[in-house]
Design a protein around this ligand. Structure first.
Ligand code: DLZ
Length: 159
């Protein structure tokens, strides 16, 4: 059954303050119409959680496959409390999609366990562009918003 409602809605009162947090956001340039919308959702959500603009560090990488290394660089450079990885992989005619998705999800999980801080999986893995648009500020919400809420909650849990 396909979801029919915006699942990104949250109660701001349930999100801890990010006033003392440093958050990295790594953005993949592939499907950039989508990834910029996800970034926008994440950035605004961090600000609404009181994260300071100068404590948000953005790094751009060419594609989702590069997200784990970009996230590691972002963490090592800025000593972030959490890093949000934003990407959008859209299925094509070959198994390429599966290789990228598996590598990226495993790469990001490995970073969580290696560094002991949250590296958040803000990557859309979609069958087509419409599914991506629906989840990047469309009728199903914005996964960038959800990634930012997760980053703040997990960073505070760690602290
Ligand atoms: C090559 C490629 C393809 C076909 N599709 C996507 C995609 O849908 N989303 C994405 O983020 N990146 C894609 N890439 C690029 C790879 O992630 C990677 O940047 C290149 O294979 C170089 O390592």
């Amino acid at each position: 059954m396909s979801p029919k409602k915006n699942v990104s809605e949250f109660n701001p009162a349930d999100v801890p303050s990010a006033a003392s947090l440093k958050i990295g956001i790594v953005v993949s340039s592939w499907n950039n119409e989508i990834t910029e919308a996800l970034f926008d959702g994440a950035y605004k959500t961090l600000l609404s959680a009181k994260c300071r603009r100068d404590n948000i560090f953005r790094i751009d990488v060419p594609g989702s496959f590069e997200l784990p290394l970009g996230a590691r660089v972002c963490f090592e450079k800025n000593k972030c409390d959490a890093v949000i990885c934003i990407g959008c992989v859209i299925r094509g005619e070959t198994p390429h999609f599966d290789y990228i998705c598996q590598s990226v999800s495993k790469g990001i999980m490995d970073l969580n366990l290696e560094y002991g801080i949250p590296f958040v999986f803000g990557v859309l893995t979609c069958n087509n562009l419409k599914q991506a648009k629906d989840r990047a500020g469309g009728k199903l919400g914005n996964k960038g918003v959800e990634a930012a809420v997760t980053a703040v909650k997990m960073a505070v849990l760690k602290a």
